[in-house]
Design a protein around this ligand. Sequence first.
Ligand code: FAD
Length: 455
Amino acid sequence: VCDFEPGAIVSDACASYSTLDGLNEALSPFVTKITQDTDFFSHYRLNLFNKKCPFWDDENGMCGNIACAVNTLDNEEDIPLVWRAQELGKLEGPRAKHPGKKVREVLNEKPLHGHLGENVEESCVVESDDECDDRDYCIPEDERADAKGDYVSLVDNPERFTGYAGPGAQQVWEAIYRENCFSKGSPEVVVQTPGSSGSSLGGFAAQDLRQALKEQGVKQGIQSAIAHGSGSARVDPIEFDDTCLEKRVFHRVISGMHASISTHLCHDYLNQTTGEWGPNLACYESRLHSHPDRVSNLYFNYALVLRAVGKVRQHIQNYSFCSADPTQDSKTKNLVLNLAANVPSAAEIFDETTMFADPSVIDLKEDFRNRFRNVSRIMDCVGCDKCRLWGKVQTAGYGAALKVLFEFDESNSENDPPLRRTELVALVNTLDRLSHSLKAIKSFRHMIEERDGLA
Ligand code: FAD
């Protein structure tokens, strides 16, 4: 088991927290409106029940609580137009494949759009089962009309306390954190190829990676420039010890996601004595308040995902939301553009250019991607349907954020890989989850101050 526990707390925590809190105050109404009020972003299509855990037999870890259940949309008429099979079916065509690097060159000469139905842009193109572009950080949730998939309203299935706990949940978290053992702890790092269903097709000794890290010798921290009230920007480098930046970031993303899940379950907790739902301060204190690094990682994720949402702005300009309803389509687009336009620049929130900057760490980048794909596969081992739903949405969201941060080029977007509908929906919903978490933490802090007579 990986024993890596970073003390990576933003050096000037109050300034950065308050700045990000301020941003969140300003932006959360946009995010809420998009995720609650648009059909496109309030629904998700995923394979929730039919994928077996590829790593171990998960029969014992299943959660039987009613709170673990997910209501799926089984009737065609309950599914919003933009997500209906016929609409997704329109995307299928003889060439309706993900234009990977090589295919794209061909596409540039011969536009594909004509094959896909009216108003369907490249970004709506869907892929065959589990087919990954080599720039993907996540296993794609299949959108094909003929693929097995479940339609879910994210609004009707809120992320909250489910009672899923014990060895099953622990095993999943352990497996997720084990993916972080880049250089110590695990004798061999298993990297699975897409669709390998658990068999170890690729693997390399951790020593190779240790060597790579040594050669790379990265010691600088991520440059998280935090804008201050005055409008001027200041760079807060996070001082790292002898671990490399990329490895740190990997851990922070995972730990921040875990912290956000914990925040939601503590904030929307079921009091089993009264049967009422509400915040549970003791839960927050033990899982988050007493672990400032976890809170710090959560804020870190907010900055990272927010930056990614700002960076897709260009992409969204030409994005077709695949709706048969043009009014709805343009309303959705305007809402997302409005949000993206209000996200501060990279220099003010999160500067991703310090990562994977050195050509000698190309292999490390691939490793990072493979590890993240493994985390997304581990989600099929979560024994609680609702936790699995939100676990999948959020890993897909972080996967999309990492793809946007590290594979998109703002100054030359022509070669950017396409973003699938599920990636975009997951990205914005992950931002929404983080935004809720920041608010919940603020409210928990206030409760503590009141209790302790400090308010
Ligand atoms: P856990 O949260 O299970 O943590 C296990 C160990 O990990 C801890 O002992 C600690 O050492 C370490 N740890 C904890 N937090 C962090 C962190 N932020 N960073 C680094 N290390 C950490 N339950 C719900 O009620 N609702 C949900 O929606 C939900 N979704 C889940 C989604 C997934 C993908 C998984 C795996 C579990 C989910 N659960 C959910 C269960 C929940 O996360 C906990 O596992 C459960 O509440 C038991 O908590 P615990 O106190 O045993 O510690």
